[in-house]
Design a protein around this ligand. Structure first.
Ligand SMILES: C[S@@+](CC[C@H](N)C(=O)[O-])C[C@H]1O[C@@H](n2cnc3c(N)ncnc32)[C@H](O)[C@@H]1O
Length: 223
């Protein structure tokens, strides 16, 4: 495991409770998650995998799309985050939602699935294009949807970009270090764009949306 990966896991493990509150209650985020789950165009009874499922904020929306007869699998490598997701699954009594401790870049899923979702994960991957390629292989006749936040190219987005830069620095371990090379928000944008391009390169039909002046990007690909 690289130093960066170990630091990211330690960070998310420590802040899982706070992360869950933000992931669930930030205004507009629930609607975005619901929308991303719908863009997957799943049918009832389908199987969907969420890569880097974190505390499970997307799970209610994914389960709603596949129904009780479908299957939802959440994969994450941070135990603290998965523990929160597991509490949610137990509380709701969902028997068709499975949580797996594993690496999303080598997903522990052997059968083809109908959809793959990854929200706010691509920017954490050292080789996002290769990971997305693997996710496309996993859903050969299905859909892959990515949702990410990264610095916007829109000239009107200066204030939201400034806020985003501060947030990425505060959430990049070690926190409160103010000089990075390259800055975390630049690396994040490179990775997010590389993941998006990989998906667009594989998809036979695609769907792209931007929100918050281009800060939040949703990319869907039908394979
Ligand atoms: C920013 S959080 C996003 C969580 C969730 N997708 C959401 O939208 O709230 C990123 C999550 O991805 C997980 N993650 C990052 N890289 C991963 C990898 N290679 N394998 C598994 N999980 C990973 C982290 O542990 C963390 O829970």
């Amino acid at each position: 495991m690289s130093d960066g990966t170990a630091a990211a896991r330690a960070f998310y493990g420590r802040w899982a409770g706070l992360y869950d509150l933000l992931a669930t209650y930030v205004p507009g985020v629930g609607e975005l998650r619901d929308h991303a789950a719908r863009v997957l165009a799943l049918d009832r009874g389908d199987t969907v995998v969420e890569m880097g499922c974190g505390t499970g904020a997307n799970l209610p929306y994914l389960r709603e799309q596949v129904g009780p007869e479908g299957t939802v699998v959440g994969v994450d490598y941070t135990r603290g985050m998965l523990d929160q997701a597991r509490e949610l699954v137990d509380r709701r009594g969902w028997e068709n939602v499975h949580l797996v401790h594993g690496d999303a870049t080598a997903p522990p899923v052997s059968e083809p699935v109908d959809g793959v979702l990854a929200t706010f994960v691509s920017g954490m991957l050292a080789e996002p294009a290769a990971a997305v390629d693997g996710w496309c292989d996993l859903a050969p006749d299905g859909t892959v949807v990515l949702v990410d936040a990264a610095l916007s190219h829109d000239s009107r987005a200066a204030p939201v970009n400034a806020l985003f830069r501060a947030l990425t620095i505060l959430s990049t371990p070690p926190t409160l270090q103010f000089r990075y090379d390259p800055p975390p928000h630049e690396l994040l944008r490179e990775r997010v764009e590389s993941a998006r391009d990989a998906l667009l390169g594989r998809a036979r039909a695609s769907h792209r949306e931007e929100r918050v002046l281009g800060l939040v990007r949703l990319t869907g690909g039908r394979l």
